[in-house]
Each structure stands twice: as C-alpha cells, then as structure tokens.
Design a protein around this ligand. Sequence first.
Ligand SMILES: [Zn+2]
Ligand SMILES: [Zn+2]
Length: 399
Amino acid sequence: MSISNPDSLKVEIDERVPDLVAMRRDLHEHPELAFEEVRTSGIVAQRLRSLGLEVQTGIAKTGVVGLLRGGASAADAKTIAIRADMDALPIHELNNIEYRSQTDGKMHACGHDGHTSILLTVADILSQRRAELTGNVKFIFQPAEEQIGGAEPMVKEGALNGVDGIIGLHLISNHPLGLVGVRAGTVFASADRFVLTVRGKGGHAAMPNGAIDPIVASAYTITALQTLISREISPFSPAVITIGTINAGTAFNIIPETAVMQGTMRAYSIEDREKLLRRISEVATGVVTSLGATCDIERFDGCPPCVNDPAMTELVRKAAVATVGEKNVDTGEDVLTAGSDDMGVFLNTVPGCYFIVGSGNKAKETDYSHHHPRFNVDEDALPTAVEVLTRAALDFIRK
Ligand SMILES: [Zn+2]
Ligand SMILES: [Zn+2]
C-alpha cells in the first residue's frame, strides 16, 4: 500500500475549502452558548459518523468524541487527540454580513465556529487516509470553553483515555493572517474567579466606634492583595490579581453590614496559581479579622495555565514550518497571552501543544478583538489551521 504523498495534502485541503467555509458560516449563523451546543454537537456527531468514526455523544452534556482507528495500527500504535471548542458568547452581533448570527444576543465572537469546522475538515481528510494510518486519532469537541467548565468534565468522563498527546489551536484576530504562533512552556494564563464577602457590623456613619466598617476592611484587603503580586511572586513570572467589582452600602451616612468584592486571578505557572489561591484566602482573612470583621471566600471553577510540552511543541512547529514557511512561524513572546483557555485542563493531563493561527486582516475588518461585537475571522486562516493540525497528527502517529 502506498503512503499518500504528503504534498497532496494541500490539494486535499483546497478541495474542501468551500465545504469548510460553508460549515463555519452555518455555525456562525446558529451560535449556541455554553452547554447548550445541541445543534452544533448534533452536526459534529452526524459528520463524524458519516466518516465512519466511533462516536460518543453526551460527554460533559454536549461534548462529542470521535475515534479514528488507523488501518495500519499495530497493538502499540500511538493515539493523538485534537481538540476544538464549540460554544458562542452572549453578545449581540454588529457585523453586517450575510451569515450574521440569527439569534439576537448570541454570537460566535471568539472563533469557535472556525475551530469546530477546522477539526471536522481534519477528520474528513484523515479518515480518507484511514487505511495507511499507523496510529489513531481522537477528535474532541468540547462544550463551554467560554465560561470555563467544559474541559474538566470531558477529561473526567474519559475523553483522554488511551491518548498519548494532544494538540489544538486558537484563531487569533490580533495576529496577522498567515502567521502561526507556536511556543513551548506557558502560553495562556490560568484563570480563577473568586468572591470575597466581608461581614462587619452596621451602624451610624457618625458613630463608627459602635460599628465594624466592612468598607474600610475591604479597602485594606484590596491593597494587601496587590502585595502578593509585588512581594511574593517572582518578577520573572507574571501574575495578576484584579478586584473587578466592589459593592457595599446604601447611603452616605450609614455603615453597612457587608461588602462584597469579586475578582480574578491569573498566573503563568501551576505553582504560582496554587500559591496565590492559598495566599488570597490567608491575606483576606488575616486583614479582615484584624479589623474585627469576618470574611467568606468562594472560589469558582477555574482553569490551569496552558503549558506546552517541548516535544509536542516541536512536532507542531515543524508542521507549521511545512505549512506556512519558517518566516511565518512565530516562536517569540508575542505568542503569549494573559487570556485563559481551558485547553489547559487537557494539557495538564497529557503532553500537548496549544498554538495560535493569525486571522487578523485589516482589509477584511477581521482585526477586531475577541469578544467584540464586530469580531470576525478571515476565512483564509481556516485551511492553514487544517494543514498544521493534519501534518502534526500524521507526524505523531508515524511509525
Ligand atoms: Zn473567548
Ligand atoms: Zn476562545
């Protein structure tokens, strides 16, 4: 049996571009929010089944996994997973395009419509080569990336069972079309949301000695939390603590009973994340208690940083060079973002690489930031992403 010429790959991709674009536009017109991706996951499952893959649905509610078993796989064959996210955002689309969102208040404003159609196209191409594949490929379509919460249940429900490595990509509008960004180590920060409820004792504003002021206690807490970044984290390891809301009080002359703050914490290493989560709790409790108040801390599902494995990163870098040429592959610090992505959960479980594909093009107005009501994807980025993923997967499972 002859192995297809890898350079025939560009032809195979070209043939599928009309379908790829049509698929992406259809998904764009029908955005679905986190854990509501019923139509989207239905399309994904139906397409994967029609390609002859073993398909599991209903993983983490609306997640789908398709397994392509290579026809030339030995017992010790490797399995690579490729992951895409499917959810949209609660944003009202302001683009004036023929495939504009048909649902007011919902929009694919992060490019996940692109990711889903890219991965379905990779599944199509690789399934046509099934007979010659010396390993297996698992296609993972996860729900609920935006609100963080889709990846973890998918891993718990076995999506990565039997998987030796994982790859995935994010289309990025603030990187130019044609550029692929691949870098080892941390590329996306961790993200954790927390709520601090400070309980004091209400009273008259003119008689503070009879009260315990939760606003003053909150003010000291906010300042003290910033010292965690400036005094306890290495200057070479970025981290962020932001208190984004503070709510307390009803009138100028009343000391309220409680003050509630919400914040987010971002870190670039798993160690810093764990340390900061512990220290936020210790510092807030310590400061508040010293002022006579009490403090409750609630933490919500966060996600770890996306940390790329060096060997998996090299695999993707080579695939990117073969696709767009060395000069269009960025391995520098521009690849980093303080944004987060729950791909970190997968990367924390098996070695992998999350890379970026530039989709920004001023001429086509696709350079608005992610989550902007005019965000859009230059569809010329889609086949580039398909090619990098396909080449990396073929290289990984090669004997
Ligand atoms: Zn997003
Ligand atoms: Zn996203």
